[in-house]
Structures are given as structure tokens and as C-alpha cells.
Design a protein around this ligand. Structure first.
Ligand code: PEP
Length: 265
């Protein structure tokens, strides 16, 4: 039995005080939920305060990105030891917003500026290795764009992302994957639960092919993309969907708590 895992991706939202207030409001709503891993991922600047607020609770803290070197001349980056120092136990890696939405520039930015985040399969792989080397659990995001889905390339895109992410990685059983179809993120469009489950099952089979079945059976795979209280139970009822990565609906304690409850089996 894989333990369900529900993570909040707050993206570029919440000050330190707002993060602390969320955790104070959220704690009593989930305190009786014992068999679900609950993770909240604030911005870097709120990590330490959020982890202090979540002390002695069933809420764990994750970061939204990581750099693969531990220290040195890398202005602006944050490494695994520093994330751990701030109280993080998990880290989201390769979110489509960090992969530069797969190279599609943001509408309000000129030229190449939209590609600044620039995660690639290679940097995602390096980040996963750095996280695991420091006992941070990576939440590895993969997913296809709308163009790729419409061109019937969903499975080949996902397969390539999963294989590249895991290249040379030791400790795959500790990782969490998040299947996040790019067209479903922040759009209100949820992937049909049967299709979301099918792709999560496909991810598990690719993991099995590059490792072995014992490992692929152990890896938790989340679905992410416009998850909310109304669709969480149906998505989570699929045997290959072990949890959810939640953006918009995780910003308020009262909209995030019912999603956690839906995972409580
Ligand atoms: C996300 O940010 O990973 C996400 C899935 O966002 P949303 O739930 O808002 O679609």
C-alpha cells in the first residue's frame, strides 16, 4: 500500500506572515488525518517560518526548486543543504513553469526572457540527484503540452521525460512523481480521471522498465492540474494515482483541507 501524498504548490504567493497564518488555520483542519503525507511548498523566503509554524504537526514543508551544487559562486541559487537548514524535507523539481513552460515565452516578456527559468531534462536530472544525496524527497514533475497531446505524443513525451529524469539516479523508490499535463495547470481544465490514471500507470511502467517492479510499485505518483475539492475524490480513486500536487486550490486552508480529506483512505 502506497501512502497517499498531497502537496500544496504555492508558487509565487504568500509572505512569511501569510504562510504562518495559513498553517495556523490549516493545522486543526487536518490534525486527525494520520495516513496521508501532507506537504506545503512556500516560496524560499517563507520556508524557515513555515517549518517553524508546522513543528509538531502532520504538515511537512517542501521547496519549489533547488540548485544542484551545494555552494560556491552561483549567485541567486539555493542548494539542498540550505533547503534542509530552512526545514524543507521535499522539493518540487522540473515544474512546467520552471521548464520555461517547455520553452514557450511568457506573453508579457520580450525575446528570450520567458526562457529564463530554463530547466531542461539534464538540469532536472542533476537536481534530483542533489536532492536525494541530501535526503530531500524530490517531487518530479512531468507532463505534455496541449500541442503534444493533440499530436498524439503524450506517451512519448512522458517516457522521454521520465527516462531522462531518472538517468543514473540511485534511490528511485524514495521519489515522488507528479503527472501534470501543462494544459491543465491553472486553467480550470482537469484531465479526465481515467486518462490521468492511465498516464500515471504509464509513468509507473516506464519507471519499472528503467529500474524494476519492486521500485516502480513503491514510487508515489501524483496527478496535478486544476485539482479541487469537487474532483479530488474521483481522481484519487484511481489505483495508480497516489496523491495530488495542488496549485490554486491550495492557497486557502478551507479549500486545501477537503483535498487532503479526499485522500484519507
Ligand atoms: C501546479 O502548480 O502544480 C498546479 C497543478 O496548479 P493548479 O492546481 O492551479 O492547476
Amino acid at each position: 500500500m502506497r501512502k497517499p501524498v498531497i502537496a500544496a504548490n504555492w508558487k509565487l504567493n504568500k509572505t512569511i506572515a501569510e504562510a504562518q497564518a495559513f498553517i495556523q488555520d490549516f493545522k486543526p483542519l487536518v490534525e486527525n488525518i494520520s495516513n496521508v503525507e501532507i506537504i506545503v511548498c512556500p516560496v524560499f523566503t517563507a520556508l524557515a517560518a513555515a517549518s517553524e509554524s508546522a513543528k509538531n504537526s502532520n504538515i511537512a514543508i517542501g521547496a519549489q526548486d533547488i540548485f544542484w551544487k551545494d555552494n560556491g559562486a552561483y549567485t541567486g541559487e539555493v542548494s539542498a543543504p540550505l533547503l534542509k537548514d530552512a526545514g524543507a524535507q521535499y522539493v518540487i523539481i522540473g515544474h512546467s513553469e520552471r521548464r520555461g513552460r517547455f520553452g514557450v515565452p511568457e506573453a508579457d516578456l520580450e525575446g528570450d526572457a520567458g526562457k529564463v527559468f530554463g530547466d531542461t531534462d539534464a538540469s532536472v536530472n542533476a537536481k534530483i540527484k542533489a536532492a536525494l544525496a541530501h535526503d530531500l524527497i524530490p517531487i518530479i514533475c512531468v507532463g505534455e503540452t496541449l500541442d503534444e497531446r493533440e499530436a498524439d505524443r503524450t506517451d512519448s513525451v512522458i517516457e522521454a521525460q521520465v527516462k531522462a529524469a531518472l538517468d543514473g539516479v540511485e534511490g528511485v523508490e524514495k521519489t515522488i512523481f507528479a503527472y501534470e499535463p501543462v494544459w491543465a495547470i491553472g486553467t480550470g481544465k482537469t484531465c479526465d480521471s481515467a486518462e490521468a490514471g492511465r498516464v500515471c500507470g504509464f509513468i509507473r511502467s516506464v519507471i519499472g522498465n528503467v529500474t524494476n517492479q519492486e521500485i516502480s510499485d513503491a514510487v508515489r505518483i501524483q496527478y496535478g492540474g486544476s485539482v479541487k475539492a469537487e474532483n479530488a475524490a474521483e481522481l484519487l480513486s484511481h489505483p495508480d494515482i497516489d496523491g495530488a500536487l495542488v496549485g490554486g486550490a491550495s492557497l486557502k486552508a478551507e479549500t486545501f483541507a477537503p483535498i487532503v480529506e479526499a485522500a484519507f483512505r
